[in-house]
Design a protein. Structure first.
Length: 346
Protein backbone atom coordinates (compact mmCIF):
# COMPACT_ATOMS: atom_id res chain seq x y z
CA UNK A 1 0.00 0.00 0.00
CA UNK A 2 2.98 2.34 0.46
CA UNK A 3 4.40 1.78 -3.03
CA UNK A 4 2.59 4.69 -4.77
CA UNK A 5 3.50 7.36 -2.16
CA UNK A 6 7.11 6.20 -2.19
CA UNK A 7 7.26 6.42 -5.98
CA UNK A 8 5.79 9.90 -5.94
CA UNK A 9 8.30 11.02 -3.30
CA UNK A 10 11.12 9.59 -5.40
CA UNK A 11 9.76 11.45 -8.46
CA UNK A 12 9.59 14.68 -6.46
CA UNK A 13 13.22 14.22 -5.37
CA UNK A 14 14.26 13.51 -8.95
CA UNK A 15 12.52 16.60 -10.28
CA UNK A 16 13.89 18.72 -7.44
CA UNK A 17 17.47 17.77 -8.38
CA UNK A 18 16.77 18.67 -12.00
CA UNK A 19 15.18 22.02 -11.11
CA UNK A 20 17.95 23.05 -8.70
CA UNK A 21 20.58 22.21 -11.32
CA UNK A 22 18.78 24.29 -13.96
CA UNK A 23 18.03 27.40 -11.87
CA UNK A 24 19.37 30.64 -13.30
CA UNK A 25 18.82 34.38 -12.94
CA UNK A 26 15.74 34.30 -15.18
CA UNK A 27 12.65 32.04 -15.23
CA UNK A 28 13.13 28.90 -17.35
CA UNK A 29 10.11 27.17 -18.90
CA UNK A 30 10.13 23.37 -18.52
CA UNK A 31 8.61 20.92 -20.99
CA UNK A 32 4.83 20.60 -21.17
CA UNK A 33 3.30 18.10 -18.77
CA UNK A 34 2.61 15.40 -21.38
CA UNK A 35 6.13 15.55 -22.82
CA UNK A 36 7.72 15.55 -19.37
CA UNK A 37 5.66 12.53 -18.26
CA UNK A 38 6.78 10.60 -21.36
CA UNK A 39 10.42 11.55 -20.82
CA UNK A 40 10.32 10.37 -17.20
CA UNK A 41 8.21 7.30 -17.90
CA UNK A 42 5.59 8.17 -15.30
CA UNK A 43 1.87 8.88 -15.31
CA UNK A 44 0.64 12.44 -15.63
CA UNK A 45 -1.16 12.05 -12.29
CA UNK A 46 2.11 11.25 -10.51
CA UNK A 47 3.89 14.04 -12.35
CA UNK A 48 1.24 16.58 -11.34
CA UNK A 49 1.69 15.56 -7.71
CA UNK A 50 5.45 16.10 -7.93
CA UNK A 51 5.05 19.43 -9.73
CA UNK A 52 2.60 20.61 -7.07
CA UNK A 53 5.13 19.75 -4.36
CA UNK A 54 7.82 21.84 -6.05
CA UNK A 55 5.40 24.74 -6.55
CA UNK A 56 4.68 24.63 -2.82
CA UNK A 57 8.42 24.63 -2.12
CA UNK A 58 8.84 27.74 -4.27
CA UNK A 59 11.04 26.06 -6.88
CA UNK A 60 8.43 26.14 -9.63
CA UNK A 61 5.70 28.57 -10.62
CA UNK A 62 2.76 27.87 -12.91
CA UNK A 63 1.40 30.59 -15.20
CA UNK A 64 -2.05 29.99 -16.61
CA UNK A 65 -1.93 29.66 -20.37
CA UNK A 66 1.87 29.86 -20.42
CA UNK A 67 3.27 26.80 -18.64
CA UNK A 68 5.45 25.84 -15.70
CA UNK A 69 8.66 27.74 -14.98
CA UNK A 70 11.70 27.23 -12.79
CA UNK A 71 11.80 30.09 -10.29
CA UNK A 72 15.05 32.05 -10.75
CA UNK A 73 17.62 32.52 -8.03
CA UNK A 74 16.61 35.61 -6.08
CA UNK A 75 18.96 37.96 -4.27
CA UNK A 76 16.31 38.49 -1.59
CA UNK A 77 13.48 36.40 -0.18
CA UNK A 78 11.38 39.30 1.14
CA UNK A 79 10.64 42.83 -0.05
CA UNK A 80 8.89 45.50 2.01
CA UNK A 81 6.80 48.32 0.54
CA UNK A 82 6.10 51.49 2.51
CA UNK A 83 3.18 53.56 1.18
CA UNK A 84 2.99 57.25 2.10
CA UNK A 85 -0.14 58.57 3.80
CA UNK A 86 -1.03 60.80 0.84
CA UNK A 87 -1.25 57.87 -1.59
CA UNK A 88 -4.87 56.80 -1.99
CA UNK A 89 -5.88 53.19 -2.53
CA UNK A 90 -7.24 54.02 -5.99
CA UNK A 91 -4.16 56.01 -7.04
CA UNK A 92 -3.43 54.76 -10.61
CA UNK A 93 0.36 54.58 -10.16
CA UNK A 94 0.18 52.80 -6.81
CA UNK A 95 -2.49 50.33 -7.96
CA UNK A 96 -0.67 49.37 -11.15
CA UNK A 97 2.73 49.29 -9.48
CA UNK A 98 1.54 47.07 -6.63
CA UNK A 99 -0.23 44.70 -9.04
CA UNK A 100 2.89 44.30 -11.20
CA UNK A 101 5.12 43.98 -8.14
CA UNK A 102 2.83 41.30 -6.68
CA UNK A 103 2.90 39.40 -9.96
CA UNK A 104 6.70 39.50 -10.08
CA UNK A 105 7.07 38.41 -6.45
CA UNK A 106 4.64 35.54 -6.95
CA UNK A 107 6.53 34.30 -10.00
CA UNK A 108 9.83 34.48 -8.14
CA UNK A 109 8.66 33.18 -4.74
CA UNK A 110 9.49 36.46 -2.99
CA UNK A 111 7.43 37.40 0.05
CA UNK A 112 5.82 40.85 -0.28
CA UNK A 113 5.00 42.93 2.80
CA UNK A 114 3.04 46.19 2.38
CA UNK A 115 2.62 48.80 5.13
CA UNK A 116 1.16 52.28 5.16
CA UNK A 117 3.09 55.10 6.80
CA UNK A 118 0.50 55.74 9.52
CA UNK A 119 0.55 52.11 10.71
CA UNK A 120 4.23 51.37 10.15
CA UNK A 121 5.48 48.75 12.55
CA UNK A 122 8.99 48.47 13.97
CA UNK A 123 11.66 48.14 11.31
CA UNK A 124 14.75 46.02 11.59
CA UNK A 125 17.74 45.37 9.38
CA UNK A 126 17.07 41.84 8.17
CA UNK A 127 18.61 42.20 4.73
CA UNK A 128 15.29 42.83 3.01
CA UNK A 129 15.02 45.95 0.83
CA UNK A 130 12.44 48.65 1.50
CA UNK A 131 10.61 50.35 -1.38
CA UNK A 132 9.03 53.72 -0.57
CA UNK A 133 5.99 54.79 -2.62
CA UNK A 134 5.10 58.47 -2.30
CA UNK A 135 6.52 61.21 -0.08
CA UNK A 136 6.72 60.16 3.58
CA UNK A 137 7.25 62.51 6.51
CA UNK A 138 10.63 63.46 7.95
CA UNK A 139 10.13 61.36 11.10
CA UNK A 140 9.40 58.30 8.96
CA UNK A 141 12.41 59.08 6.77
CA UNK A 142 14.65 59.01 9.83
CA UNK A 143 13.19 55.70 11.06
CA UNK A 144 13.73 54.17 7.64
CA UNK A 145 17.26 55.53 7.30
CA UNK A 146 18.30 54.17 10.69
CA UNK A 147 16.78 50.73 10.19
CA UNK A 148 17.34 49.82 6.54
CA UNK A 149 20.47 49.61 4.45
CA UNK A 150 18.82 49.13 1.06
CA UNK A 151 16.10 51.73 0.42
CA UNK A 152 14.58 52.42 -2.98
CA UNK A 153 12.11 55.21 -3.70
CA UNK A 154 9.74 55.70 -6.61
CA UNK A 155 9.58 59.45 -5.88
CA UNK A 156 12.17 62.19 -5.76
CA UNK A 157 13.83 62.83 -2.37
CA UNK A 158 16.58 65.27 -1.32
CA UNK A 159 20.11 63.90 -1.49
CA UNK A 160 20.51 63.75 2.30
CA UNK A 161 18.55 60.48 2.37
CA UNK A 162 20.70 57.43 1.65
CA UNK A 163 18.54 55.72 -0.90
CA UNK A 164 18.33 54.83 -4.55
CA UNK A 165 15.69 56.77 -6.45
CA UNK A 166 14.02 54.93 -9.31
CA UNK A 167 11.83 57.47 -11.08
CA UNK A 168 10.17 58.29 -14.33
CA UNK A 169 11.84 61.28 -15.97
CA UNK A 170 9.09 63.83 -15.35
CA UNK A 171 11.17 66.72 -16.65
CA UNK A 172 11.60 64.80 -19.90
CA UNK A 173 7.85 64.21 -20.07
CA UNK A 174 7.24 67.95 -19.92
CA UNK A 175 9.98 68.56 -22.49
CA UNK A 176 8.52 66.02 -24.91
CA UNK A 177 5.00 67.42 -24.46
CA UNK A 178 6.22 70.85 -25.61
CA UNK A 179 8.12 69.30 -28.52
CA UNK A 180 5.03 67.38 -29.67
CA UNK A 181 2.81 70.47 -29.49
CA UNK A 182 5.40 72.43 -31.47
CA UNK A 183 5.48 69.68 -34.10
CA UNK A 184 1.70 69.99 -34.44
CA UNK A 185 2.03 73.73 -34.98
CA UNK A 186 0.79 75.01 -31.60
CA UNK A 187 2.45 78.29 -30.62
CA UNK A 188 0.10 79.52 -27.87
CA UNK A 189 -0.81 76.94 -25.25
CA UNK A 190 -2.09 76.48 -21.69
CA UNK A 191 -0.37 74.43 -19.01
CA UNK A 192 -2.48 73.02 -16.17
CA UNK A 193 0.19 72.73 -13.46
CA UNK A 194 -0.11 70.62 -10.32
CA UNK A 195 1.01 71.64 -6.82
CA UNK A 196 4.73 72.30 -6.42
CA UNK A 197 4.64 70.06 -3.33
CA UNK A 198 4.48 67.10 -5.71
CA UNK A 199 7.95 66.65 -7.23
CA UNK A 200 6.56 64.90 -10.32
CA UNK A 201 4.23 67.82 -11.09
CA UNK A 202 6.95 70.38 -10.48
CA UNK A 203 9.42 68.57 -12.75
CA UNK A 204 6.85 68.21 -15.53
CA UNK A 205 6.15 71.93 -15.35
CA UNK A 206 9.84 72.87 -15.39
CA UNK A 207 10.55 70.63 -18.36
CA UNK A 208 7.52 71.89 -20.27
CA UNK A 209 8.20 75.59 -19.70
CA UNK A 210 11.87 75.23 -20.57
CA UNK A 211 11.18 73.40 -23.83
CA UNK A 212 8.31 75.75 -24.73
CA UNK A 213 10.57 78.79 -24.28
CA UNK A 214 13.23 77.26 -26.52
CA UNK A 215 10.63 76.64 -29.23
CA UNK A 216 9.02 80.06 -29.05
CA UNK A 217 5.75 78.76 -27.59
CA UNK A 218 3.73 81.22 -25.51
CA UNK A 219 2.44 79.50 -22.35
CA UNK A 220 -0.30 80.53 -19.93
CA UNK A 221 0.08 78.52 -16.69
CA UNK A 222 -2.93 77.75 -14.50
CA UNK A 223 -2.31 76.10 -11.13
CA UNK A 224 -4.59 73.58 -9.45
CA UNK A 225 -4.80 70.24 -7.70
CA UNK A 226 -4.11 67.06 -9.63
CA UNK A 227 -7.70 65.80 -9.74
CA UNK A 228 -10.81 65.86 -11.93
CA UNK A 229 -12.56 68.58 -9.89
CA UNK A 230 -9.62 70.95 -10.25
CA UNK A 231 -9.40 70.33 -14.00
CA UNK A 232 -13.12 71.05 -14.34
CA UNK A 233 -12.81 74.25 -12.27
CA UNK A 234 -9.81 75.48 -14.26
CA UNK A 235 -11.84 74.79 -17.36
CA UNK A 236 -13.77 78.01 -16.69
CA UNK A 237 -10.52 79.99 -17.01
CA UNK A 238 -9.65 78.07 -20.16
CA UNK A 239 -13.04 78.93 -21.70
CA UNK A 240 -12.40 82.62 -21.00
CA UNK A 241 -8.97 82.44 -22.64
CA UNK A 242 -10.52 80.80 -25.71
CA UNK A 243 -12.87 83.78 -26.12
CA UNK A 244 -9.96 86.25 -26.31
CA UNK A 245 -8.38 87.87 -29.36
CA UNK A 246 -5.42 85.45 -29.50
CA UNK A 247 -6.82 82.18 -28.13
CA UNK A 248 -4.64 79.21 -27.22
CA UNK A 249 -4.89 76.11 -29.37
CA UNK A 250 -3.63 73.40 -27.00
CA UNK A 251 -3.28 72.32 -23.35
CA UNK A 252 -0.73 70.20 -21.53
CA UNK A 253 -2.13 68.99 -18.20
CA UNK A 254 0.09 67.68 -15.39
CA UNK A 255 -1.97 64.51 -15.19
CA UNK A 256 -4.90 62.76 -16.85
CA UNK A 257 -7.42 63.59 -14.14
CA UNK A 258 -6.93 67.32 -14.68
CA UNK A 259 -7.17 66.81 -18.44
CA UNK A 260 -10.38 64.77 -18.15
CA UNK A 261 -12.00 67.35 -15.86
CA UNK A 262 -11.11 70.02 -18.40
CA UNK A 263 -12.57 67.99 -21.26
CA UNK A 264 -15.86 67.66 -19.40
CA UNK A 265 -16.01 71.41 -18.81
CA UNK A 266 -15.29 72.10 -22.49
CA UNK A 267 -18.05 69.69 -23.51
CA UNK A 268 -20.49 71.67 -21.35
CA UNK A 269 -19.61 74.76 -23.41
CA UNK A 270 -19.77 72.80 -26.71
CA UNK A 271 -16.08 73.44 -27.31
CA UNK A 272 -14.71 70.69 -29.51
CA UNK A 273 -11.58 68.65 -28.78
CA UNK A 274 -9.28 68.71 -30.74
CA UNK A 275 -10.90 70.99 -33.36
CA UNK A 276 -11.05 73.98 -31.00
CA UNK A 277 -8.45 72.87 -28.46
CA UNK A 278 -5.95 70.00 -28.39
CA UNK A 279 -5.21 68.33 -25.05
CA UNK A 280 -2.32 66.19 -23.76
CA UNK A 281 -2.38 64.55 -20.33
CA UNK A 282 0.01 62.32 -18.39
CA UNK A 283 -0.23 58.90 -16.65
CA UNK A 284 -2.45 56.99 -19.12
CA UNK A 285 -5.07 56.04 -16.54
CA UNK A 286 -7.74 53.60 -17.71
CA UNK A 287 -10.30 56.32 -18.49
CA UNK A 288 -7.87 58.06 -20.85
CA UNK A 289 -8.55 55.42 -23.47
CA UNK A 290 -12.26 55.08 -22.70
CA UNK A 291 -13.46 58.68 -23.17
CA UNK A 292 -14.34 60.17 -26.53
CA UNK A 293 -12.20 61.62 -27.92
CA UNK A 294 -9.45 59.48 -26.44
CA UNK A 295 -6.91 61.41 -24.40
CA UNK A 296 -3.37 61.67 -25.78
CA UNK A 297 -1.03 61.09 -22.84
CA UNK A 298 2.24 59.70 -21.53
CA UNK A 299 2.38 56.12 -20.29
CA UNK A 300 4.81 54.44 -17.96
CA UNK A 301 5.73 50.80 -18.53
CA UNK A 302 5.09 49.28 -15.10
CA UNK A 303 6.61 45.93 -16.04
CA UNK A 304 9.77 47.83 -17.01
CA UNK A 305 10.00 49.74 -13.72
CA UNK A 306 9.51 46.55 -11.66
CA UNK A 307 12.21 44.73 -13.64
CA UNK A 308 14.53 47.71 -13.17
CA UNK A 309 13.66 47.71 -9.46
CA UNK A 310 14.81 44.14 -9.00
CA UNK A 311 17.85 44.72 -11.15
CA UNK A 312 18.84 47.44 -8.69
CA UNK A 313 18.04 45.18 -5.72
CA UNK A 314 20.17 42.35 -7.09
CA UNK A 315 23.10 44.68 -7.79
CA UNK A 316 22.97 46.54 -4.49
CA UNK A 317 22.42 43.42 -2.40
CA UNK A 318 25.69 42.11 -3.78
CA UNK A 319 27.60 45.28 -2.75
CA UNK A 320 26.14 45.41 0.79
CA UNK A 321 26.55 49.17 1.04
CA UNK A 322 24.32 52.26 1.06
CA UNK A 323 24.10 54.08 -2.26
CA UNK A 324 22.76 57.36 -3.60
CA UNK A 325 21.69 56.70 -7.15
CA UNK A 326 19.02 58.40 -9.20
CA UNK A 327 17.83 56.30 -12.11
CA UNK A 328 15.49 58.07 -14.55
CA UNK A 329 13.19 55.91 -16.66
CA UNK A 330 11.56 57.02 -19.92
CA UNK A 331 7.80 57.27 -20.47
CA UNK A 332 6.09 56.52 -23.77
CA UNK A 333 3.76 58.94 -25.55
CA UNK A 334 0.37 57.49 -26.52
CA UNK A 335 -1.22 59.30 -29.47
CA UNK A 336 -5.01 59.59 -29.30
CA UNK A 337 -7.77 61.73 -30.81
CA UNK A 338 -7.50 64.65 -28.35
CA UNK A 339 -4.34 65.83 -30.11
CA UNK A 340 -4.72 67.60 -33.45
CA UNK A 341 -2.85 70.11 -35.56
CA UNK A 342 -3.17 73.81 -34.91
CA UNK A 343 -5.54 75.73 -37.17
CA UNK A 344 -3.89 76.32 -40.54
CA UNK A 345 -1.60 73.29 -40.12
CA UNK A 346 -3.97 70.66 -41.57
Amino acid sequence: METKPLLRDALTDRLREFVVAQRADVPIRISPERELAEQLGVSRISLRHALKNLVTEGLLTQRQGSGTYIVPNAAVSTIQVLVANDIKQNDPFYSEFLAELTHYCTDNSIQLQVSREDVLKALKEDGSPLVVVGIVGEATVERVRQAKRLIISTQYYPDFLNLTQLLFDDSRIGWEAAAILAEYGHTRVIHLAGPSAYPSAEERTKGFLDAAKRRGIDVVTLHGKMNWKSGHKLGTDVVQLLSGDDPPTAVFASNDWMALGLMHRLAEERIRVPDDLSIIGCDDIHMAGEVSPGLATFKWDMDFIVRELFSVIDAETATKSRTRKRILLPARFVTRESLGRAPGME
